[in-house]
Ligand binder design. Structure first.
Ligand code: ARG
Length: 401
């Protein structure tokens, strides 16, 4: 029986050419797998037809947008995950869901190998292959760009020679990856890290310099999950989309960073994640009133580690799973409403309310109704500073000798 290979297929030039390229190089049959993670653009049906037109023996297409929002974006939100303090893991969280579908398709169509279009310099090759190794340890991996010398020029020549139903003249100077959680743009002019991004780079966000009137929004959460916007019930996918629209119109969520790739390269990336950044801001502020202080402090370090694991392609790892359990436990009381103003590139919280809040007015107030016994503070401070005071006494004693 002819060997079969499933290919992560985007519908673009490189993966369209990869179908035939892999076929010629390996003699295998190629099954194209396209997964909708809310990236917008062409319909799955258009993509399926193109895959078949480019020589795929089968095409597997899946609308995974709700699955992606519920099982990948929501955990990222619960973790308030920002890699290196900036990046909400847009591409990093889409790879594991695509991997799930690749492995499913491989089983369905009896494939022995999984192919993806990544280069040998980035993080995504790692995320795909580590994911596949974990979910389908018997499956092999191949990357035509990296392993079969499929360069851009060769791709264009191949498409033209074979008359593939794909545009070869449209040249985008940037490498772009996008889904409902955000958009990532790199390469070209941006590789000079002193160059400011030009306006044409952005798509999810309007320029924040000349914002429309401020937009006030109330986001309601239940156990860390966004459930309503301005009182209207929403699914997580709808919440992200609605905030992409509204926060995007105000230029919220533009990020320009040089980040540390797993492979040791520093690279410049422009992100736009209006919905994700508005949601993370609101969620964090709700945690501020509903999570106890020590748990909150520890959770911040857990969230950072979680972000590193996910960035590094360890979505399916045991440590990530354990951290998920911790994070999930912290979300029990993260319910309530956050009111925020979106304007001029910022999402600023100006009100919060929760039935499970730890904010105690009678403890906090400086006005009448104060129930806090200030006389307790004196002895507390005495003990709190005791060990440093003892050490400082020793330092003075030793220095004096
Ligand atoms: N640097 C980001 C990451 O590794 C995004 C990579 C996405 N690719 C792109 N063409 N911009 O998660």
């Amino acid at each position: 029986m002819t060997e079969r290979i499933v290919l992560a297929y985007s519908g673009g030039l490189d993966t369209s050419v990869a179908i035939g390229w892999i076929g010629e190089a390996t003699g295998a049959e190629v099954i194209a797998v396209a997964v909708d993670v809310g990236q917008g653009g062409e319909s799955l049906e258009t993509i399926r037809q193109r895959a078949l037109g480019c020589g795929a023996v089968e095409a597997y297409v899946a609308d995974a947008s709700d699955e992606f929002a519920n099982e990948y974006c929501v955990p990222t939100l619960k973790a308030n995950a920002l890699y290196q303090g900036h990046y909400p893991l847009v591409s990093a969280i889409s790879r594991p869901v695509i991997v799930k579908h690749l492995v499913k398709a491989a089983r369905e169509f009896g494939a022995t190998t999984v192919a993806h279009g990544c280069t040998g310099k980035g993080n995504d090759q790692v995320r795909f292959e580590v994911g596949i190794q974990t979910l389908g340890p018997d499956l092999k991996c191949i990357a035509p760009v990296r392993d079969l010398a499929l360069t851009r020029d060769k791709a264009i020549a191949f498409a033209e020679e074979k008359g593939l139903p794909i545009e070869t003249t449209k040249k985008n100077p940037y490498s772009i990856d996008q889904n409902v959680w955000g958009r990532a743009v790199e390469t070209g002019y941006l590789e000079d890290i002193w160059n400011a991004p030009t306006k044409d780079i952005y798509d999810y966000t309007a320029t924040p310099e000349f914002p429309p009137a401020p937009d006030e929004v109330i986001i309601s959460f239940e156990a860390g999950v966004p459930v309503a916007i301005d009182g209207v019930k929403v699914t997580p996918l709808q919440a992200i989309k609605e905030l992409n629209r509204r926060a995007g119109a105000q230029g919220v969520g533009r990020i320009d960073v040089v980040e540390d790739r797993l492979v040791g390269i520093k690279s410049r990336e422009i992100y736009e994640a209006p919905g994700a950044m508005a949601l993370i801001t609101a969620h964090k502020h709700l945690e501020d009133i509903t999570i106890e202080r020590e748990q909150a402090r520890f959770k911040a370090t857990v969230g950072q580690r979680w972000a590193e694991l996910v960035y590094d392609g360890q979505w399916f790892s045991p440590l990530k799973r354990s951290l998920d359990a911790f994070i999930e436990d912290t979300q029990k009381y993260v319910s309530g409403d956050i009111r925020m103003t979106l304007q001029g590139g910022q999402a600023i919280v100006n009100g919060r309310r929760s039935d499970t809040s730890l904010y105690d007015f009678s403890l906090a107030t400086y006005d009448t109704g104060d129930t806090f016994d200030q006389s307790m503070a004196k002895g507390f401070i005495e003990l709190w500073g005791m060990s440093a005071k003892v050490a400082s006494g020793r330092d003075i004693r030793v220095a004096g000798k």
